[in-house]
Design a protein around this ligand. Structure first.
Ligand code: ADP
Ligand code: MG
Length: 258
C-alpha cells in the first residue's frame, strides 16, 4: 500500500492569531508537489504543524497519514510513520556527529518496530552511510563532523538531504531547502532530491522561488495566499509565477490575503 498524506480543512493559530485558514492538500508516495507563495503566507506554519511543533495550535481540520490521525501522534511517532521534515533553519547539535545522529535516528525507528532490537550493526550502518554519501557526492569526512556546527548554508542543506537518504521516509517536506544556496549548491541539493524521488518517496517542496523547480520537476504546483491554497495546477503554474510574480494571485485573492 502506498503512503498518503492528507490535509483536510486545516486551521492553525500561532499565539492566538489564525495563520492557516483551511488548507486542503493530498500528497501521495511517488508524487512531487511544490507549495509556493509569498513570505508570511503560512508555508512554514504548515510544515511546522505537520511535524508537531508545540507552538502551532490546530483549531480545526485533520491530517491523516495512512489512515492514522497524525495530529494525535508525537513528533517521534510521526517520523516513524514515515514523515520527514527538512527544516528551513536546521539547528546545530554540538558534540553529536552527523553519523551518530543518523544512527540514533535509525535505531530509534528500529526499536519502535521491535522494542528488543539492538539497532543496526555498526558495519551495516557504515556501509549504508557510505553508499548514500556516494550517491549524493559527499565527502566521507562529512559523517564525522558535528551536526550543523559551522556548516555553510549548502552543507546544512546537504546534511538534510543525507538524513532524507538514510532515513528513507515515505513523505518528505522540504521547507525552503533552496534558500541561501548559491547556484552550485542548489544544483547539488536538487540532484540529491532527484536521486531519491521515485515510487517510494513523495515530496512536498515548499519554496518562495521558482528556481529550484528548474531542477526538480513537480507533478503539481500549489499557491498559498493568506493561509489557504488558492491555486493548484501543473508545472506551468510555477513558470507563470516566475514570469508574472505573485501580483496576479494577490489581486485575484485580495480578500483571502486580507
Ligand atoms: P511563510 O513560511 O509562508 O513565509 P510563516 O508560516 O513563517 O510564512 O508565517 C506566517 C505568519 O505566521 C507570519 O505572519 C508570521 O509572523 C506568523 N508566525 C509564524 N510562526 C510564528 C511564531 N513561531 N511565532 C509568531 N508568529 C509566527
Ligand atoms: Mg517559511
Amino acid at each position: 500500500m502506498s503512503a498518503v498524506l492528507e490535509i483536510r480543512n486545516l486551521h492553525v493559530s500561532v499565539e492566538g492569531k489564525e495563520i492557516l485558514k483551511g488548507v486542503n492538500l493530498v500528497v501521495k508516495q511517488g508524487e512531487i508537489h511544490a507549495l509556493m507563495g509569498p513570505n508570511g503566507t503560512g508555508k512554514s506554519t504548515l510544515s511546522n504543524t505537520l511535524m508537531g511543533h508545540p507552538h502551532y495550535v490546530v483549531t480545526s481540520g485533520q491530517v491523516i497519514m495512512d489512515g492514522v490521525d497524525l495530529l494525535e501522534l508525537g513528533v517521534d511517532e510521526r517520523s516513524r510513520m514515515g514523515l520527514f521534515l527538512a527544516f528551513q533553519y536546521p539547528v546545530a547539535i554540538p558534540g553529536v556527529t552527523v553519523a551518530n545522529f543518523l544512527r540514533t535516528a535509525i535505531n530509534a525507528r528500529l526499536r519502535a518496530v521491535d522494542p528488543k532490537s539492538k539497532g543496526m550493526p555498526i558495519p551495516a550502518f557504515r556501509k549504508l552511510l557510505k553508499e548514500r554519501m556516494d550517491t549524493l557526492q559527499m565527502s566521507h569526512d562529512f559523517a564525522g563532523r558535528y551536526l550543523n556546527e559551522g556548516f555553510s548554508g549548502g552543507e546544512k542543506k546537504r546534511a538534510e538531504i543525507l538524513q532524507l537518504a538514510t532515513l528513507e521516509p515515505t513523505i518528505a517536506i522540504m521547507d525552503e531547502t533552496d534558500s541561501g544556496l548559491d547556484i552550485d549548491a542548489l544544483r547539488i541539493v536538487a540532484d540529491g532530491i532527484n536521486k531519491l524521488v521515485g515510487p517510494k518517496l513523495g515530496v512536498l517542496i515548499i519554496t518562495h522561488y521558482q528556481r529550484m523547480l528548474n531542477y526538480i520537476k513537480p507533478d503539481k504546483v500549489h499557491i498559498m495566499m493568506g493561509g489557504r491554497i488558492v491555486e493548484s495546477g501543473g508545472p506551468d503554474l510555477a513558470l507563470q509565477l516566475e514570469a508574472q510574480g505573485y501580483e496576479w494571485v494577490r489581486e485575484r485573492y485580495a480578500e483571502a490575503a486580507a
